[in-house]
Design a protein around this ligand. Structure first.
Ligand code: ADP
Length: 463
């Protein structure tokens, strides 16, 4: 089958969060299954060109140029559109919506001209939703919602200026004086099939406020809207071969994990004592439960544990707040904040920590807990969205022990989180044998893309 992904991220060359991992991992899974795969993303100024094999100009056009190369075996096309993405960033440029509309239109032109035989165009999130408006009735389109909180609601005048007549799409227009055009709603309404990234989140967005106003549009799609759980690329995220880890390990060589823990402590100036390390790897945004993350950082004494947060601040206010907290905590022996986006350091946290905390208010799927499981780092998560589909509490899940792999809490409150953390720390301290068994369950399970890739293929074949 010929499948083209059009997206705004593709790890590791253009990654902000899980979307990049998904486009990369899912594409590699399809390549392994023998399908014909292409990925199209913008050519950002911040693109990691050093990680692209045989990067070269493929086409010089009047309206845009196309660069290409291979990212770990996946052919990727990078559209270079004049006067767009001027700040060089993936997100956060002042003309983001306009630039993404231009990118989507250019991507469809490119597909029609050179890849018109494509079987399925797979679109990811609102920035590439405009493509479905062009492709409707011409090509089969699958749309994936990675986070329904981001919807791309723009002025109708903007889409009009970019060559799309809003009047042709009344279902996604709103307002009288302030006329709006809803890009994510367009993806939901006009794609041949729509999915989100876990079964629980699919239910939540249809039946709770987590749908952010799009619950009815999703219900209207009937069985054309489903949840497919994300996977992790198990070749990339593998503690046995991870190039970022000084010591490699698997379930039989966990001594190396202990060495990574010492290394992590040394790097951050943490005390070398008999305490578990609780790590957090995250974008520092509201969704991720910032008050709970701060509470955990300040509660290291109460937990009798060490707490490390590796976070990318999303705005200046958050950066200032976490920089201040970072200074305060640097005077202690047991808590640290490491700010910024750093792929290598994230691997070191997954490798060296004992526990990974994910206290999200909502979480479409979440990849950090899946990566942590692969690294034998037991997750403590809030039971929501994909976290609820992948982490099973050792005491409260009702699952057989052989399926339990971590700790969960329900209410998004410090008290509920503290209890889960205290249970985890107590188990680490008092029952090393049971702890090891949980690590075995975590590391032994297949969280790869294989199952989910098959579900996507079933979806494509049914279009
Ligand atoms: P989201 O997409 O909402 O950010 P996910 O859990 O789905 O959350 O995916 C997060 C991805 O981004 C993981 O691969 C994680 O390792 C990575 N990541 C998150 N924060 C950082 C950071 N500060 N530095 C490096 N990688 C990060």
């Amino acid at each position: 089958m010929k499948i083209i992904h059009v997206a705004t991220e593709c790890a590791p060359v253009a990654k902000v969060g899980g979307l990049g991992d998904v486009v990369y991992g899912l594409s590699r899974a399809f390549v392994a299954l023998g399908h014909d795969i292409l990925v199209i993303i913008p050519r950002y100024g911040c693109l990691r060109e050093d990680l692209i094999d045989n990067f070269h100009l493929a086409h010089k056009g009047e309206d845009f140029d196309v660069w290409t190369g291979e990212v770990d075996g996946v052919p990727v096309y990078f559209l270079d559109i004049p006067d767009s993405f001027a700040e060089g960033l993936i997100y956060g440029g002042k003309d983001d919506p306009r630039d993404f509309i231009r990118f989507s239109t250019a991507a469809y032109q490119w597909i029609c001209r050179f890849h018109n035989d494509v079987d399925v165009i797979h679109l990811h999130d609102w920035p590439v939703a405009p493509l479905v408006l062009h492709a409707r009735g011409q090509h089969k389109v699958c749309g994936t919602i990675h986070n329904i909180a981001h919807q791309g609601v723009v002025k109708q005048s903007l889409v009009w200026k970019e060559g799309i007549n809003p009047k042709n799409y009344p279902e996604v227009c709103s307002g009288f004086f302030f006329r709006r055009f809803h890009l994510l709603k367009a993806l939901i309404t006009y794609s041949d099939a729509v999915n989100t990234v876990s079964p629980t989140y699919a239910w939540e967005v249809m039946h709770t406020k987590k749908g952010c106003g799009l619950d009815q549009a999703l219900k209207d799609r009937g069985d054309r809207f489903i949840g497919i759980l994300n996977g992790v690329d198990d070749a990339y995220w593998n503690p046995k071969t991870d190039p970022y880890l000084t010591y490699k390990y698997d379930i039989k060589t966990l001594d190396s994990k202990a060495k990574l823990k010492s290394e992590l402590r040394q790097r951050l100036g943490l005390a070398n004592t008999h305490k578990p390390i609780i790590g957090v790897v995250t974008r520092l945004v509201h969704q991720k439960g910032l008050p709970l993350i701060e509470h955990a950082l300040k509660s290291f004494r109460r937990y009798n544990a060490q707490v490390i947060v590796h976070g990318l601040a999303s705005d200046d206010k958050t950066l200032a707040r976490y920089t201040k907290l970072q200074d305060e905590l640097s005077k202690t022996d047991d808590a640290r904040i490491f700010l910024g986006f750093d792929e290598a350091f994230a691997h070191k946290v997954y490798g060296g920590a004992d526990l990974l905390l994910v206290p999200s208010l909502f979480e479409p799927c979440g990849l950090t807990q899946l990566i942590a499981l692969r690294y034998g780092t037991l997750p403590i998560v809030r039971k929501t969205g994909g976290l609820a589909d992948t982490v099973f509490d050792v005491t409260y899940s009702g699952k057989p022990f052989s399926e339990c792999n971590g700790f969960t809490f329900v209410e998004p409150t410090p008290a509920a989180m503290d209890k889960a953390i205290e249970r985890a720390v107590a188990l680490w301290r008092e029952s090393p044998e049971q702890w090891f068994q949980l690590q075995e369950h975590a590391m032994g399970k297949d969280y790869s893309w294989r199952h989910s890739a098959q579900q996507y293929l079933d979806l494509y074949y049914a279009l």
